[in-house]
Design a binder for this molecule. Structure first.
Ligand code: SF4
Ligand code: SF4
Length: 376
């Protein structure tokens, strides 16, 4: 896969923060008393791994409120349960952020290094994985991750520094870069022998393990594109995003909300709740609808596509409502990064088309498997 360099702000981590990692402001309700510990000389008294121990820990973590499902940490509960039948050789905690103007993972790792390291160490012991890696962006300011580096060395966790051009943090791209393994979009990394989680999930695991406290709060970063500022907060898990934005003083009237990276165009409304999606929320002025022009066959979408498929062909398949044609053009490999839509000079809604044809294809496959089950 090639790396297509798209940075929405054109910046690197640390720019715009005066070199200091952003602090998190607690919002509403009382905190659960969790504290940031800074000890890196961890001594973890957990027993050697076995399936019985793993089952017990999965129950404990899930019972403690661990419930992450984000781009950098897909279906964590399902990944954990799959460990019971499918061993992994690698645990990866990614600190890569999709939005440099809201570097959530790097900021969390700076503020809670002990829990982060404990979470990764525990998963490494439970799985018996030979590779225990923390993947960070090469350009992260040194002091942000100083304690993580030190603790990682003590716990024999390897730090891997990557250039983080979008969409490097996508699980499929990341596993290909790190291990040359092919992870199909929307499949679990554990199917490729990797347990993948992000900083927030590792810290949640560390909190349950070290402090024996359930996860009751969620970190969020709000990027206000009108004001050009990012606000980092922690809120009670389950709080409405609209309430959290209001409490943080971010104006939303006449604005659109998107979660994750902007290019993915994942729109949410204010009723979405903290903890149920991505940890970065972008607040943008509402854009006027743009009429697309015809495809001029420039090939920019093909050139920009990190998985080297045929975006224009996928749009054509969507317009014809033809899943077979979409398969032919590589639908199965699309990671929905949105680069094709971003570069298209005709403003064609390629990503929307891809999502529509994917949904149609999924429904068709479900119907087919239902028919096979019945006739079988
Ligand atoms: S969204 Fe577009 S650029 Fe990204 S993988 Fe899919 S087809 Fe390629
Ligand atoms: S970038 Fe847009 S105009 Fe160019 S080939 Fe792709 S779909 Fe057509």
């Amino acid at each position: 896969m090639k790396h297509y360099q798209v940075r929405m702000s054109g910046g690197r981590i640390g720019e715009g923060f005066n070199g200091r990692p952003p602090a998190f402001e607690p919002i509403a309700l009382s905190t659960n008393g969790s504290t940031t510990t800074s000890q890196t000389g961890l001594s973890c008294p957990w027993p050697a791994p076995s399936t019985r121990v793993l089952v017990g820990w999965i129950d404990r973590l899930v019972g403690g409120g661990l419930n992450a499902d984000r781009r950098g940490c897909p279906h964590l509960k399902d990944q954990l349960h799959q460990l019971l039948t499918r061993p992994v050789d690698t645990v990866v905690c990614t600190l890569l952020d999709e939005s440099p103007e809201a570097p959530m993972n790097s900021a969390l790792a700076h503020h809670d290094p002990a829990k982060l390291l404990a979470g990764i160490w525990l998963l490494g012991e439970l799985t018996g994985a030979k590779n225990r890696w923390i993947v960070a962006e090469g350009g992260t300011p040194f002091r942000w991750l100083a304690e993580v580096r030190e603790g990682a060395a003590q716990l024999k966790l390897r730090m891997i520094w990557l250039r983080n051009d979008y969409p490097q943090s996508d699980p499929s791209v990341l596993l290909h870069t790190l291990l040359n393994r092919k992870l199909r979009p929307k499949r679990l990394p554990t199917e490729q022998g990797v347990l993948l989680l992000d900083a927030a999930a590792a810290i949640d695991i560390g909190q349950i393990a070290l402090c024996n406290k359930p996860v009751e709060r969620t970190p969020l970063a709000f990027r206000d594109h009108t004001a050009g500022v990012s606000r980092f907060v922690t809120v009670p898990t389950g709080m409405k995003i609209s309430e959290a934005l209001a409490a943080a003083g971010v104006a939303t009237e006449g604005k659109e909300l998107r979660q994750g990276d902007l290019l993915r165009d994942l729109r949410i409304d204010g009723n979405a709740t903290a903890g149920s999606g991505e940890l970065v929320v972008h607040v943008n002025p509402r854009e006027p609808a743009r009429s697309p022009d015809s495809c001029v066959r420039c090939g920019w979408c093909v050139e920009g596509c990190p998985t080297r498929i045929q975006p224009a062909g996928l749009l054509e398949a969507a317009q014809r409502r033809n899943p077979d044609l979409a398969d032919h053009y590589g639908l199965d490999s699309c990671i929905e990064c949105g680069i094709c839509t971003y570069v298209c000079p005709s403003h064609l809604p390629i990503l929307d088309g891809i999502r529509q044809i994917r949904q149609q294809s999924d429904e068709l496959n479900k119907q087919l498997s239902g028919t096979v089950e019945k006739t079988g």
